[in-house]
Design a protein around this ligand. Structure first.
Ligand code: PMP
Length: 385
């Protein structure tokens, strides 16, 4: 049977492939975007896990939008006005897929930063969107390019990760947030704010969502993968009711609803008295690991390489002099360290800045130090000086 045309152009996720190679126990993996298993709040889940055994109703089919008590909690937790609502999805990845399927016709223009989250490029590719990129700088997207793009290409939506971007770790400044929101309003472009790393801020001050400045023009995607656990597969989408209702229709066809027992478990967790402490613990753990990785890189990277400091999230972006980053990633893997080369974060055939994405949340401090030794040995030996 011939596969659909829309799928023929889609590459299988390089990251998922490299992740399986990185399972070899001689390899230290900085390739995935995996939280640490130590950071899963299993103890805080225990009371609800026990209660679930007495709640047969949650094992029944449920509402497509989500488990009612959880939706009520999140409406309040996210401080949503009555004109807005929230729905649950099977990971924020599904939220993204629902948005693409509900709103994108083949050829519709979607703007993204370059580089950008690979999973979003896959989703928009599957609905045959016309993906247009704008460059990203240290504060967020290049605003001149963004306005030109809005003016000349009349995009339907702008998808972005303003908090601790995947892959670069960049966090948009307040001014950039305000200006992007103003441009979305001026040109009537929907802003799709993907915020899975927002709670992982370990230094600096919290900044409002971009959507806070354009609530009528935006949809926010949140994930419970990083603050609870990815295996729960739970995310939430919020926005004005008119934006959300079509997503519910698409979800009915996709999976009827997300797992109700898992949603009940999440609610118990979010309501646990120690959930705030749990988030503080994850932030402290990741801050330490980030600092170990950053310091080791600073001491050992060749001078021709660069990197950014980050205030949260999971990634450091190491920039390199012009080179074949796929070949480099392969050599690194053979030398016991897995990383992700930059071209996978750009649409195909798009020129890519030579860089590597390094994750700091899933390896211990000792492993991070050893990984940097292996990485920088290879870089010193292979990069032109
Ligand atoms: N958006 C971004 C930017 C991501 O990096 C990821 C995955 N790490 C997702 C969405 C999907 O997350 P989830 O586990 O909630 O599906």
């Amino acid at each position: 049977m011939e596969i659909a045309q829309s799928l023929q152009q889609i590459q299988s996720s390089y990251i998922r492939e490299i992740l399986s190679a990185a399972c070899n126990k001689n390899v230290i993996s900085l390739a995935g975007g995996l939280p640490d298993e130590q950071a899963f709040p299993i103890d805080l889940m225990r009371p609800t896990l026990t209660q679930l055994a007495e709640m047969p109703n949650v094992f029944q089919y449920g509402a497509t939008a989500g488990y009612g008590p959880l939706l009520d909690f999140l409406q309040h937790h996210f401080a949503l006005p009555d004109s807005h609502k929230v729905m649950m999805c099977t990971g924020s990845q599904q939220g993204l897929d629902l948005i693409a399927r509900a709103y994108i016709n083949p050829g519709d223009t979607v703007v993204m930063e370059a580089p950008s989250y690979l999973g979003a490029m896959q989703v928009f590719g599957l609905v045959s969107a016309n993906i247009v990129t704008v460059a990203q700088n240290a504060h967020g997207p290049d605003l001149v390019q963004l306005e030109q793009c809005f003016e000349q290409q009349s995009p339907k939506m702008f998808y972005a990760v303003p908090d601790f971007h995947n892959p670069t770790g960049v966090c948009w400044s307040l001014e950039t947030r305000q200006q992007v929101a103003a441009l979305c309003i001026k040109y009537n472009v929907a802003f799709i704010e993907d915020a899975p790393y927002r709670e992982l801020r370990f230094s600096g001050n919290p900044i409002p969502l971009v959507s806070d400045f354009c609530p009528e023009h935006s949809i926010v995607l949140r994930s419970f993968s990083k603050i609870a656990s990815p295996g729960l597969r739970l995310g939430a989408v919020s926005g004005k009711i008119a934006f959300l209702d079509p997503l519910i229709k698409v979800k009915q066809g996709a999976d009827l609803h997300s797992s109700v027992p898992m949603q009940a478990l999440l609610l118990g967790l979010l309501q646990h008295d120690n959930f705030g402490l749990h988030i503080d613990k994850i932030r402290a753990l990741y801050k330490t690991r980030y600092q170990v990785l950053f310091d080791a890189l600073q001491q050992q990277l060749p001078v021709t390489c660069g990197m950014n400091s980050v205030e949260g999230g999971m990634f450091i972006w190491v920039t390199l002099p012009e080179c074949d980053t796929f070949a480099l990633a392969k050599t690194l893997l053979a030398n016991g360290v897995a990383v992700v080369p930059s071209p996978v974060f750009y649409p195909e055939a798009h020129p890519a800045q030579a860089a590597l994405r390094l994750n700091f949340t899933n390896a211990t401090a000792e492993e991070l130090q050893e990984a940097v030794r292996r990485l920088t040995d290879v870089l010193h030996n292979t990069l032109a000086v």
